[in-house]
Design a protein around this ligand. Structure first.
Ligand code: ZN
Length: 225
């Protein structure tokens, strides 16, 4: 453990003492390392026998989600993205890996949807990369961060019409290095809504062995970017 880590661990212990940790969703008291309470974790994992898997869109062989974008899973994703609960991203990725290990076994590597560097600086982290890190650790699958980069800083998708969204995403991603032809890649994001952002990323990668792997699948029309 280096000095910085020691300091962080010490700092966290002090914070836990002053502000006892509570579930990021329902505020129940918890052990610090758990982030969410047992019942919220149970609800998030409750779709494991019926994952939201279906035949893909034109860009994907399959779209796999841990569950629908409702309830505790939706609240957890809001906490991750809008309340900066970074550690929750990795924990949710780990949970998805545990719940869907069998379904996700065919994947050779994971590609988190990249954020534009300006957006990354603004937010401080890429939620997709956090999810992919947790998922990759549990599945024993590498995360290929440098396969694709975000060329343009696209505007908030939710505020645009369908035609505007497509125009906005055109050429937004650029392939940095072509993966071997037989590689089955799971493109990772937090929520599948219209799938347009993930599809644009998939089109930059190319090939016919791409899966969309998301925490939650939302009905079209829900507003979240
Ligand atoms: Zn809870």
């Amino acid at each position: 453990m280096d000095k910085m880590e020691t300091l962080q661990t010490w700092g966290r212990a002090l914070l836990d003492f002053v502000y006892p940790p509570h579930c990021a969703i329902c505020e129940a008291d918890i052990e610090a390392a758990e982030l969410l309470c047992k019942s919220c974790w149970a609800e998030i994992g409750s779709h494991r026998s019926h994952p939201q898997t279906e035949g893909g869109s034109h860009a994907f062989e399959k779209v796999v989600a841990l569950g629908p974008f409702t309830g505790a899973l939706q609240q957890a994703i809001y906490a991750l993205k809008f309340r900066n609960q970074v550690r929750l991203g990795r924990a949710l990725g780990e949970r998805m890996g545990q719940c869907l290990a069998e379904q996700l076994a065919p994947l050779d590597c994971l590609l988190p949807v990249p954020l534009h560097p300006a957006r990354l600086r603004e937010r401080g982290f890429n939620q997709s990369a956090e999810i992919a890190a947790g998922l990759g650790a549990v599945l024993g699958v590498p995360v290929c961060h440098r396969l694709v980069r975000r060329r343009r800083n696209t505007r908030q998708q939710a505020l645009l019409s369908a035609a505007e969204r497509r125009a906005n995403l055109r050429g937004a991603f650029a392939l940095m290095a072509a993966p071997p032809a037989s590689t089955r890649i799971g493109i990772v994001d937090d929520v599948w809504t219209t799938g347009e952002t993930m599809t644009a990323c998939a089109q930059a990668v190319g090939g016919d062995r791409l899966w969309a792997v998301v925490l939650a699948r939302s009905g079209a029309g829900d507003l979240l970017t």
